[in-house]
Structure formats: C-alpha cells, structure tokens
Design a protein around this ligand. Structure first.
Ligand SMILES: Nc1ncnc2c1ncn2[C@@H]1O[C@H](COP(=O)(O)OP(=O)(O)OP(=O)(O)O)[C@@H](O)[C@H]1O
Ligand SMILES: [Mg+2]
Length: 410
C-alpha cells in the first residue's frame, strides 16, 4: 500500500459493529482502504451489556477489515454516543497579562482550562471541550481572538460529557480485543464532520442520528455546536411496536418496516394493502398499509418530539436556517424527513457522508456517517498538525493559527 500513515475507526452500534481502515497519502489526503461490519452482540441502547460477546464481534470485524485492507491496525478511533451524552455550557475568564495585551494561544489555553474546571454531574467525564466563541473585554461573538488586544478573555465552550462507566466499559472491550483506543470521538461530532458543510453549520443546523437503540443529535449555530445529546429510543423500538401492536414476529415486523413502512401517514393511500412475508411456515398476512404507517408514525413522532422538548428546555428555538438533517439507519425510513419537517417546523432532509477517495459508493449512505466521520476527524487533525496544509484548506471557521491550536487541544 503506497501510504504513509494508517488510521482505523470503530463504531460499536446497537445493531451493527462497523470498522474502517484508511490511510493518509503523501498529498495529505485521506484514502479509505476497507470497511467491514457485523451484527453487534451484547449491546443495548448503545451501551455494552455483555463484554465477552462484544469483544468477540470487535475482533472478528476488525480482522475482516484488516484482511481487506492488507494492513494491521494497532489502535482505533472509537465512537461514543447514546442517552448518557450531555452538553454542558461553560466559560472561562482570564486576564491578559502580556505586556502588549495581545491575546496568544497560551491565554486561550488558560481560559479553556478554567472553563473545563467545573463540577460535573456524578460519574460523568468530559469527552470534548467544544469552543463556541470568545469575548474580549466587552466585545462578544468573536471567532478568532488571536493577536487581538484586550485585558480580559472569556471563552465560551460546550462540554460534551458522558457516563464514565459506559465509556470505560467500551474502552475495556476494545482493549480486550487487542486494540488501543487512540481517541474517543462523540458519534454525532463524527456525523457532522462528513455530513454538514461549514456553511450549513454557520446557517444553523440540527443533525439527528436515528440508530437502532438510540437517537443522538448535535445542533450548530453560527458555526459552533450549541447542543449535543441522546435518547434511548431508535429504530428497534419502531420494530418492537410493529411486532407487539400488529402481532407479528420481530423478524416480520423488521421486514415490513423496511419494505412498506412509512413514518408519514398523509403519504399513504388508505385503500392500499400489503402482504407480510411468510416466516417459519406462517402464512403471509394482508394488512392495510395505513395501519402500519400509523404505528411507525406514533413512535417516530415521539422520538422527534422528545428531542424538540430537550431543545425547549435548553432555550433553543430559532436559528436553524439550514434545517434538519437525518442520518443513521432509522433515517432510511420512508416519510421520516416529512415527519421531522412537520415537528421541527423546518426543512428536513437525509444526510449523506461526503465522498472520500477509495470509499465505495455503497457506503455513501446515512448508516455510515459516524464511521466515516471518525476517520475524517482524525485526518483533519493530521492536516492541522501540518501547517502548510492547514493554511491552504482550513481557514473558514477559525483563522489558520487558531484552528491549528484548537486542533491540538481537541
Ligand atoms: N431501509 C430502512 N428503512 C427503515 N429502517 C431501517 C432501514 N435500514 C435500517 N433501518 C433501521 O435502522 C436501525 C439501524 O441503524 P444503525 O445501523 O444506524 O444503528 P446502530 O448504529 O447499530 O445503532 P445505535 O447507533 O443506536 O447504537 C435499525 O433499527 C433498522 O431497523
Ligand atoms: Mg449508530
């Protein structure tokens, strides 16, 4: 393989465990070498409940990925998501003691340390410190304070925190499968990395990942993250509802959800009938499609409304000019975007991971945004550490110098 550096990522989802191996070529570009996935075992609502089973699946899927890539990975970028994720706003104020009163990287570092130094809810730890903006003396909303003159720097951050036991269990499983955890990355941050453009983050965007056992979100305003979190409901709950309310085996419920399901009943013709697949000798059943749609719609509406309610509690309302983006397997459900648009009163669409060199087109799919995003986060950090590259490509949100510095912190 004509590469200089190998990076690998692992996304342990409730229904799928996915790995990707990529390389950074001589032109500092990320190239995907291989992707592998297997059904997860021992994972519930995004958290590990049986370590032995999870370790087995990680080993198998990583092995498959390594064979395809023709290279071995000793460490991985690991995703973390689920309902234990919480965003906490904080800020850190420091005095500028430099003789010329010019703000330097060191001052930002001190203010971020102050912002991080706060009491967290019990058993929670910081996963990322996401800088929102800066205030220099009375001037607010500053994106890049480097070289500005001032007496007082106030850095506003969003602390993305998660449950320590959940995080430690996940790391332990990875280590038991013979891999080092190179870095932990919030799954929704990985999604945003490959789904949202800088312009969409500037306009304001809500990115929702509807997985199997959890639905996670990240919201951006003025280019910065303002909310992260998750709820313990996803596509699996939709399937369970179909199974329970329509008295169908789980496997049949999953199948009809995918082939005939819709989350938006106004789209469905009331007279339309569907035929369930026959499983285990059970004959197929004829059902009105509208009945199926009503069951799905109720659960999907609950998911979106719960998130909407969290936003209300956090005082988040307007300012999402780019609208809502849906990713994760649950976003493939027909009518999901229409329902999201109705509940959030915003335009909504599916989000697709951007095309990256070597990435097979089948993976440009909302189910793979987290996995591909993990690799991209790391590749971008590599670029930032290479100053000539960061000057060329990374000037949009923060100036080159500041971005390079924040990249190191991140
Ligand atoms: N075409 C489809 N239509 C509707 N739902 C689908 C479709 N394809 C997959 N799903 C649903 O998506 C879910 C799986 O999504 P995904 O692979 O993103 O989950 P995961 O990453 O394993 O779980 P989590 O992120 O919650 O831990 C399942 O509930 C599945 O039923
Ligand atoms: Mg997932």
């Amino acid at each position: 393989m004509a590469s200089e550096k190998i990076i690998a990522a692992l996304d342990i989802g409730t229904s799928w465990t996915r790995t990707v191996i990529g390389s950074i070529n001589r032109d500092d570009e990320l190239v995907i070498e291989s992707v592998a996935e297997r059904p997860s075992e021992g994972v519930k609502n995004g958290s590990i409940v049986n370590m032995e089973q999870t370790v087995k699946v990680i080993s198998q899927v990583m092995n498959e990925c390594e064979v395809q890539a023709g290279s071995e990975a000793s460490s991985v970028i690991l995703s973390i998501g689920g309902d234990h994720i919480q965003g906490i706003e904080s800020n850190g104020v420091v005095g500028i003691n430099n003789k010329d009163l010019e703000i330097r990287n060191e001052d930002i570092r001190r203010s971020i340390d102050v912002a991080k130094n706060r009491l967290l809810p019990q058993n929670k730890e910081i996963i990322h410190t996401l800088v929102q903006d800066f205030q220099v003396d009375s001037r607010t909303g500053i994106r890049d304070p480097i070289d500005m003159l001032g007496h007082r720097l106030d850095t506003h951050v969003l602390l993305a925190v998660g449950s320590s036991p959940v995080i430690q269990n996940q790391k332990k499983c990875v280590q038991k499968s013979g891999l080092q955890v190179q870095k932990l990355v919030l799954s929704s941050l990985a999604d945003a990395e490959v789904v949202l453009s800088q312009e969409e983050k500037d306009q304001g965007a809500i990115l929702i990942n509807i997985g199997s056992g959890s639905t996670d979100w990240i919201c951006y305003q003025n280019g910065a993250p303002i909310s992260v979190g998750g709820i313990p409901i996803g596509g699996e709950a939709v399937t369970s509802d179909i199974s329970y309310l329509m008295q169908l085996p789980k496997v049949v419920a999953e199948s009809v959800k995918i082939t005939d399901g819709s989350a938006f009943s106004p789209n469905i013709d009331k007279a339309e009938m569907i035929l369930t697949p026959s499983v285990g000798g059970r004959p197929p059943i004829r059902l009105p499609r509208i009945e199926l749609s009503k069951v799905i719609e109720a659960r999907m509406a609950e998911i979106f409304s719960m998130i909407q309610q969290r936003f209300e509690e956090q005082g988040i309302s307007r300012g999402f000019g780019a609208g809502v983006f849906l990713v994760g397997g649950g976003s493939l459900l027909s009518g999901a975007t229409e329902l999201a648009a109705e509940i959030f009163h915003l335009p909504a669409r599916m989000g697709f991971p951007e095309a990256i060199g070597g990435l097979d087109r089948v993976f440009i799919d909302p189910r793979y945004s987290t996995l591909i995003g993990l690799l991209k986060v790391e590749a971008r950090k590599n670029s930032r550490d290479n100053p000539s590259f960061s000057q060329k490509k990374d000037k949009k949100r923060f100036g080159g110098k500041l971005k390079g510095f924040l990249g190191k912190l991140f």
